[in-house]
Design a protein around this ligand. Structure first.
Ligand SMILES: Cc1cc2nc3c(=O)[nH]c(=O)nc-3n(C[C@H](O)[C@H](O)[C@H](O)COP(=O)(O)OP(=O)(O)OC[C@H]3O[C@@H](n4cnc5c(N)ncnc54)[C@H](O)[C@@H]3O)c2cc1C
Length: 401
């Protein structure tokens, strides 16, 4: 048995950090969450796939925000490239794989509020709203210095401090980053017609234009564009922007009215060489960033949080060092295939849209044609998208830690 040592310190104030902290504390690990609140309100939404919803339900979070989420029962991909090799429209229906819905879409502010409420009600979880200024790992523990001058010590540091992660640097983990010549314009909208719980992704030559249902006659839009076009659109008044969106959506939702709050996000792909080292395990965007195509980013982040939670809680219960080499190596191994395969798939899909090379366009069209026509292939892709075989931590299966 180990002598009495502190448990875990989770660094970050976003959804990945909150989920990791709740998972650890709910499993009995004494945890401190040190988070700096984001400067601006996050007006984005997150399409949470079924496994993520199961994990949040198991952690006692989902009941606190389910009323603000809309189910995603049908997903459509429409080729709007206007190119010679155009793909047929592909429809994915959750019922085909025996699910009521692929997942639920929710505004980030509601999701984070629910996570925050749950975190504040957990015994064994201390929350410090501050910034971490230094992390120093050593053989037996890691020390974490806060801006307020306090120094904390723990066996394990979970770095969920976003893409410019200080924890990642402290652990000496390299980060490879690639910027795409695209940005995502985001806005929530009201519309005249029902979305029928259907998410529609128009594939355009600049990237996907994706409408995702919100409760009622509302949807969120992620519009991937050339940066200059995005700046022009973002500068429009509400009325003109609504008209442009309605035109790009081919009026499938009728009259559009944009709501307050727009965002413009540069598209980036980045990943770490290792997911953990030197008493630091990285989760969420501290470990990987992928373009907002196919709703993968935070779903991966929640699987990171569930995995490190499971490994650390198991080590804690058997009296092992929760930030020791065995936990860190297992975590690195368990996250590699899931994050790697999704990063490659999203990258290929995005590049195939941007490519002017006819054979690449043809291959993309052929791939979508095969998915449309071959039922078992389509169902396999749907199952893999919702619940990847390579990454099914306990929480995603509805088991408590
Ligand atoms: C347009 C767009 C749409 C998206 N849609 C989806 C979707 O539908 N589905 C999906 O799964 N994903 C989606 N994503 C991805 C998703 O938004 C991100 O994966 C997610 O927000 C990352 O959360 P995080 O907690 O890892 O990082 P962040 O939200 O960046 O949180 C990092 C936190 O750490 C804090 N912090 C930083 N440094 C310190 C420090 N030194 N000390 C203390 N705190 C610190 C920051 O203040 C911040 O609060 C989308 C992304 C974009 C850009």
């Amino acid at each position: 048995m180990l002598d009495k040592k502190p448990g875990a310190i989770v660094v970050g104030g976003g959804p990945a950090a909150l989920t990791a902290a709740i998972a650890l504390a709910a499993g009995g690990v004494d945890t401190v969450l040190v988070g700096k609140r984001p400067a601006a309100q996050d007006n984005r939404t997150t399409a949470l796939l079924a496994g993520s919803v199961t994990a949040l339900t198991t952690l006692g979070v989902w009941d606190l925000c389910a009323a603000q989420a809309a189910p995603l029962r049908l997903m459509r991909i429409v080729d709007d490239t206007g190119r010679l090799w155009r793909a047929p429209e592909v429809k994915f229906d959750a019922l085909e794989i025996g699910l009521e819905a692929f997942g639920h879409n929710i505004e980030n502010r509601h999701l984070v509020a629910a996570l925050d409420r749950r975190a504040r009600n957990l015994a064994g979880l201390r929350i410090v709203e501050d910034e971490v200024s230094m992390v120093t790992p050593d053989e037996r523990s890691a020390s974490v210095v806060l801006r307020n001058g306090e120094t904390l010590e723990a066996q394990l540091v979970v770095g969920a401090d976003g893409r410019r992660s200080l924890c990642r640097d402290a652990a000496g983990i390299a980060f490879d980053q690639h910027d795409y010549p695209q940005v995502a314009l985001t806005v929530c909208l009201k519309h005249a017609r029902s979305h029928h719980d259907t998410s529609t992704e128009f594939h355009t030559p600049s990237g996907p234009f994706t409408l995702v249902p919100l409760p009622g006659n509302r949807s969120s839009l992620v519009w991937v564009l050339d940066p200059t076009d995005a700046d022009d659109l973002a500068a429009l008044d509400d009325h003109s922007l609504s008209d442009e969106i309605e035109r790009a959506a081919h009026s499938i939702l009728g009259k559009i009215e944009v709501e307050a709050g727009r965002g413009v996000f540069p598209l980036t792909r980045a990943s770490v060489k290792r997911f953990a080292a030197n008493r630091v395990a990285l989760v969420g965007e501290a470990a990987h960033v992928i373009p907002p195509i196919g709703a993968q980013g935070l779903n991966l982040g929640l699987r990171d949080a569930a995995t490190i939670g499971e490994l650390a809680v198991t080590a804690h219960r058997t009296g092992r060092d929760i930030g020791g080499i065995n936990v860190l190596v297992a975590y690195d191994k368990m996250r590699r295939a899931d994050v790697g395969s999704r990063t490659v798939a999203v990258d290929l899909l995005n590049r195939s849209l941007l490519s002017d090379f006819l054979p690449v366009q043809g291959a993309r069209g052929l791939g979508l044609y095969a998915i449309d026509r071959i039922g078992p292939l389509r169902r396999m892709l749907m199952r893999e998208g919702v619940a990847p075989r390579a990454a099914q931590p306990k929480l995603m299966r509805g088991e408590t830690l």
